[in-house]
Write a protein that binds this ligand. Sequence first.
Ligand SMILES: Nc1nc2c(ncn2[C@@H]2O[C@H](COP(=O)(O)OP(=O)(O)OP(=O)(O)O)[C@@H](O)[C@H]2O)c(=O)[nH]1
Ligand SMILES: [Mg+2]
Length: 238
Amino acid sequence: MARDGETNEILFEIMEDGEQRILAKGGRGGLGNNNFKSATNQTPRYAQPGEPGVEGLFILELKILADVGLVGFPNAGKSTLLSVVSAAKPKIANYAFTTMEPNLGIVNYYDDKSFVMADIPGIIEGAHEGKGLGLRFLRHIERNAMLLFMIPADSKDIGKEYKILLNELKQYNPELLDKQRVIAVTKSDMLDDELKTEIRRHMPRKVPYLFICSLTGEGIPQLKDLLWRTLNPDESAD
Ligand SMILES: Nc1nc2c(ncn2[C@@H]2O[C@H](COP(=O)(O)OP(=O)(O)OP(=O)(O)O)[C@@H](O)[C@H]2O)c(=O)[nH]1
Ligand SMILES: [Mg+2]
């Protein structure tokens, strides 16, 4: 995305691979006197000066174009999921803010279908005030078609965690809440049936959710189905 450096106005956005736009047009080049040589004028004194190009201050912003953006607190298992469903090899560790930069992976889905998943650094309460790594990585999910909220099974209050994440997104850009959402309760290997029933009672009503475990693979095929269907609502199921 290109912005005017003074007014911050959006000038244009490049959305397609290979798309080209001119931000500051260069001036037409001049012609040296050699170009004006003729039979009768072997050493012309004349030359054509060039014209100046456009000058300006511009801000270029990179927003990753992915289909699914992963949103969650640090340690939720975002990078682990990406490593399981794609060939990406993000750093994974049992401490907060392992991921410092966004990672992208291509998720293959049957035959020749695929979609792109973006793993971004974790978000914490107060991120909009700059806590943790802040919200600066959220620009990478602004162009994502949908958001996958990831909340670990051992969270003290899944509903509350979800609301905190939603609020942080809203503080950054309310339009992020217009995107389709899906919730994954991660690390479900830590749950038995009784705990799952208990969690189900507290899940937000209007958002589809699944229990997943990146270690055992539980719920992963179902998650890919759900993501694909959310991204392609018009495609008939066959
Ligand atoms: N038991 C269990 N542990 C998991 C599962 N998925 C991830 N973990 C562990 O949880 C920890 C954090 O995983 P990450 O994938 O690095 O978490 P993240 O959300 O990317 O964390 P940040 O990058 O810090 O935001 C690691 O120790 C993982 O091994 C799971 O399904 N079950
Ligand atoms: Mg990570």
